[in-house]
Design a protein around this ligand. Structure first.
Ligand SMILES: [Zn+2]
Ligand SMILES: [Zn+2]
Length: 53
């Protein structure tokens, strides 16, 4: 089991449809749940503070 959480809303990522990618600035892993992806909720990198769609 993973214990990843959405970077935007902090919801646990157990569902399909979640996405993960690297921060374009510092390559920190960013996680987004399906809901945040659908609604284009911005994320903020926990490491460098980069804010992106
Ligand atoms: Zn989310
Ligand atoms: Zn970053």
């Amino acid at each position: 089991m993973s214990n990843k959480n959405c970077t935007s809303c902090n919801a646990p990522l157990a569902e399909q449809g979640a996405t993960e990618f690297k921060c374009p600035v510092c390559e920190q892993k960013i996680y987004r749940c399906f809901r945040c992806r659908e609604q284009s909720i911005p994320y903020i990198c926990a490491k460098c503070g980069f804010r992106g769609p």
